[in-house]
Design a protein around this ligand. Structure first.
Ligand code: BG6
Length: 513
């Protein structure tokens, strides 16, 4: 399908392609992700004419539902979204939604699936293209791929037509070994080009904007290095606790939940070398190269390079909130970290000596994700008696959420006295510039799956390298002999005070919005 290009004014380019005909099969269709994210994303693509006419959705799950009951359930869930409910295209969309009841483990289900898909492909003239979305526990990913292959549903035709693609969500394994084992299982029946590993952070507009910001402007790249950058901070703070996800979170913790994936993905986009083109493998080659340049974790210096924490009980917004240990489903003796801060170093020419400080935690002061590029102070002050250290160094903030945008802190003359200056910020916000909310990450990602564009998906070597980096950290955290403290922090704070000391020792402070 050829891309549609519209160019309204100089400097504005919009290139978007409509998905190819195909059927989207969702395993785990009665689950939360399907109703909260996947179906709304698909309907939004439909409303924006980015789905072809020859398209259908087949939900699959253990719940016994008819096609009509599934469509009813989707409509009901859409009730929360005002503009969906009143959209006249909703009925048409729902007529293209079907459901099959089945057990992912049962080979007989896949025989049924093959027949059902054959019938739906005929009805909708999709050419037999299938996207299988595993919205299931990760433990069944390999089995689903294997059963799809057994039923003849995984193999692509000649020249990749019809295409068969499988989407999986993190976690991709629990450590290096299990991640490698999962890949080996998947690669038995699928080629890498058929596997779409989602890290939803890569679908966020502002995360994609890192690439445009760095490589579609000439003025930033020359200063994006150790000569001008003092350090970088990457933060994902959440105000919610573990909620109803204790079962999963107890076995994960902040390192597996956020660091191995979202945090390292953002770091690699911020720090990688310029790819030659916006081609999936060119971009992903550079990301992996960057991850390979990260200095391996030294367990002997754990206390200098990381701080882990767990939220205690307290109050937020005037309401009592339980500590992590009192959350339903959490072991009262649990040592699972709900906060982690790390200092990482990149051993290459561009970044030698520039620390990257990463932190992420639950029950923090605010929900905010942000990347801060802190520049070096001016080398000399001509504004005597003001010393160079008294100027606030330039700071570039890439605001991932919720106030999506970019801001740059600069020193500026204050009106009035001859020698009077202060720091102010130049702000760009998506909301003001585009007068609309950025689309949901899943929209971009689902469309790209249907277009066969893997740029925003995590390649197998990326998963392996990131686990290779993080597995020694996990081992150190689990080893009592290392005596890495689990620091308590108050709900509504910015994390344990020990994390401030992590930067304080380097003469720096966290940028708390
Ligand atoms: C998920 C984690 O991957 O990302 C969650 O499992 C976390 O624990 C979530 O809350 C954060 O994503 P977002 O898009 O809300 O910042």
């Amino acid at each position: 399908m050829s891309p549609e290009r519209s160019s309204k004014i100089r400097g504005e380019f919009c290139i978007e392609s409509r998905a190819e005909p195909g059927g989207v099969v969702i395993f785990g269709a009665s689950g939360d992700l399907t109703s909260r994210k996947l179906m709304p994303a698909l309907f939004n693509l439909y409303r924006r004419n980015l789905l072809p006419r020859n398209f259908y959705v087949l939900g699959c799950g253990r719940s016994r539902l008819t096609d009509e009951a599934f469509a009813f359930h989707v409509r009901d869930e859409f009730g929360r979204i005002a503009e969906f409910h009143s959209d006249p295209r909703l009925d048409d969309f729902l007529r293209q939604c079907y459901y099959s009841t089945g057990d992912y483990d049962d080979p007989a289900f896949y025989d049924h699936l093959r027949e059902r898909l054959g019938e739906l492909d005929g009805r909708h003239a999709t050419g037999g293209n299938h996207l299988f979305y595993c919205s299931t526990p990760p433990s069944v990913y390999a089995a689903i791929a294997d059963r799809l292959s057994g039923a003849g549903l995984a193999a692509e035709g000649e020249g990749g037509r019809p295409w068969r693609r499988v989407v999986i969500e993190k976690p991709f394994g629990r450590d290096l070994q299990s991640a490698a084992a999962l890949d080996a299982e998947l690669h038995k029946v699928l080629r890498e080009r058929q596997i779409y590993r989602i890290d939803h952070y890569l679908g966020k507009e502002t995360v994609q904007n890192i690439l445009m910001f760095r490589f579609a402007n000439a003025i930033f790249e020359p200063i994006w290095n150790r000569r001008y950058v003092d350090h970088v901070q990457i933060m994902v703070a959440e105000s919610l606790g573990v909620d109803h996800r204790a079962g999963y979170y107890e076995k994960a913790g902040a390192l597996r939940d956020m660091f191995q994936n979202h945090m390292l993905q953002m770091l690699s986009l911020v720090a990688m070398e310029p790819p030659t083109s916006f081609d999936a493998d060119h971009v992903r080659d550079e990301k992996v190269k960057l991850l390979r340049a990260l200095r391996p974790f030294d367990p002997g210096r754990a206390n200098e390079t990381l701080v882990r924490g767990q939220y205690g009980p307290g109050a937020m917004g005037g309401k009592e909130v339980p500590g992590y240990l009192e959350e339903p489903g959490v072991d009262p003796q649990s040592t699972t970290e709900t906060y982690l801060a790390m200092r990482l170093m990149v051993d290459n020419w561009r970044w030698q000596g520039v620390p990257f400080y990463l932190r992420s935690g639950k029950r923090l002061c605010r929900r905010v994700s942000q990347i801060a590029i802190a520049f070096k102070p001016v080398p000399h002050s001509m504004f005597s008696p003001i010393a160079p250290e008294e100027f606030e160094p330039n700071l570039l903030l890439l605001n991932v959420q919720p106030d999506e945008g970019v801001s740059l802190r600069i020193q500026s003359k204050h009106p009035g006295p001859k020698l009077c200056m202060s720091a102010l910020t130049m702000d760009f916000t998506y909301r003001e510039a585009f007068e609309e909310e950025p689309p949901e990450a899943y929209e971009r990602l689902l469309l790209d799956c249907m277009l066969g564009d893997q740029t925003l998906f995590v390649r197998h070597d990326d998963v392996i390298v990131s686990w290779a980096l993080m597995t020694p950290v996990l081992e150190a955290l689990a080893d009592p002999a290392r005596q890495i403290p689990l620091c308590s922090y108050d709900p509504g704070s910015w994390g344990p005070k020990e994390a401030d000391e992590l930067l304080g020792r380097d003469g720096r402070v966290w940028f708390n919005p």
